[in-house]
Write a protein that binds this ligand. Sequence first.
Ligand code: C2E
Ligand code: MG
Ligand code: MG
Length: 638
Amino acid sequence: MHEPPSSTLQIADDATARSPARRLAQITIGMLLGLGVSAVLDLLDSDRTNIYVHGAAALALAGVLWALHTAQLRLASGLLLVTAVVAISLLVWQNAGLRDPAMLAYPGILVFASTMAGRRLFIAVLATILAFLGLVAAGNVQGWHINEVPVHSIANLVDVGVVLSITAFVVWLLARDLRSAVAELRAENARVHESRAHIEFLATHDPLTGLPNRLLARDRFAQATVQAQRDQSGVALLFLDLDDFKHINDSLGHPTGDELLRAVSHRLTSNLRAGDTVCRQGGDEFLILLVNVGHEDDIAEIGVKLLAQLTAPFVVDGHEISSSGSLGIALYPHDGSDFDELLKKADMAMYSAKSAGRNAMRYFDEGMNVGMQEHVQLVAGLRSALAQDELMLHFQPQFDLASGRIVGAEALLRWRHPKLGLVPPSRFIRVAEQSGLVVGIGAWVLREACRQMKVWHDLGLSDLVVCVNVSPVQFHRNGIELDITDALDASGLQARHLELELTESLLLQDSSAVSELLQRLRTLGVSLAIDDFGTGYSNLGYLKRFEVRRLKIDQSFIRRLPVDKHDEAIVRAIIQMANSLQLTTVAEGVESVEVLARLLDMGCTEGQGQHWSGALPADEFLGFVRRHRAAGWVPRLA
Ligand code: C2E
Ligand code: MG
Ligand code: MG
């Protein structure tokens, strides 16, 4: 059960105790008691002067209690006030006049009027009392109403005591209410202060990590630059973006992602000086403000330290997560003096660090600005490239090394840009991946490659396989399976004549969704190859698991095969391992007969490269294959 906090209960009780109705009831009962005592004293004294006043007042007070009982608060307080004024005035009138003990009740009545009634009523009561006292005084002075002043007696003392006690009781009750009201006001004031401070905190801090947000970072930056001008020093703005954070969120869930962000914030803050600021810019992005910096080397040292903090494993919700970040740095005053400008430049530098392979750090330089503009231009151009028919496929033949036979063609994307000319995929594939455009483009490549291969099959080249490069991004957006089946259905090409070239990174992600999808594609008959093998983790476990058919050895090892012993050892090891797993090896970038001889010697199965042909437009490819076949598929060793 949820219990309200005890302090709330206390306040509620106080409030009930101080409710106007209850107060009025207490005062009325106090007055009734006073009247009772006074009446008893009069009876004992056989004095009947006041009996009617006492009786009438008691009746009126009973009326007050009735009004309170029926929740007529205004009527009750008005009746009480009138009763008190009239009863006291009558007692004063018919007893000792201005010297009567009942006079002592007036201050109490005024205090009551001032707290329980409005200003006007208070003035009216005061004026009535003063007018009445004037009347009493006039009566006595002019002799038409003389009040006898009795000599002092015990009864006199009791009278005074009773009036004084009731007055004191009323004043005490009301003063106590006033004190409580003041205390409550103070508490309320403190609460308002507290909530204002909390609102201010929320406006300037990130609720997840408790770090300052960008608003506060801007403010701190302004302060830091003023200080830097005074000290002739600099300020560094670091833009940090976690690498592959989305993957962590997707695979381990958002709560774990949040926990990781908190752990990262903690590590970052605990590794900086007190004057430096770590802010969460949003998502997996952090801003770090280093104040009073001197040499660039000092900043680099801090940057390296921060990146190292990220690569050390985090244990979050029982998972050991290794992370990394990309860091961009912009400097005040060197790169600019405006916060937004520096932020943009630090962002560009971060972006460049990310493009350089992640877990890296870059200082901003003007070249990046140009690079960024070019990037924007490329994205804008790519958006319309498909619609404008600017994309096309070239095909590079692939050979069986032993027989010299052409076994397939790798489809390679080309972009004929209206202004930039022929743009190689090395320049635009990453841009297409980052912008997500690779999904639509990849679907087109699949359709076009299958369509073209089916045309060649129909022309008699029915043993060729078409190899299509697919980006990991295509796998992370659902739909690639449909793209593949659509491409096969639309072209009529059999699934076994399509091969997908996958990157190692895709398989290493160990996502169950990707494994299941690849399994389904295998069942369909589509074969899988690993592209650029040797440049990534070269993990063997997944080769068997995903039923990969071919390993494409990266051209960086192949090119220097005859001259570099180290590369030769790597290629030999890859081929041996692949053979033992019954995988076909494809050497990429075979440029010379020496390399080909060496590959044959090592037991490599297939190859592609300038030695035979580069990537060719579709019509040239057909001519190339026909000429090659006419020549009788002779191995090109001689
Ligand atoms: P990749 O899949 O490793 O393709 C082989 C690259 O090596 C091609 O470059 C090819 O033209 C080039 N090459 C072939 N033989 C030789 C040779 O003897 N010497 C040298 N120096 N190079 C050779 P390209 O066409 O510029 O493609 C570069 C990369 O772009 C490809 O590398 C692939 O990763 C990517 N790519 C190309 N087309 C597509 C596509 O349709 N989709 C996706 N996602 N990526 C593509
Ligand atoms: Mg490839
Ligand atoms: Mg390759």
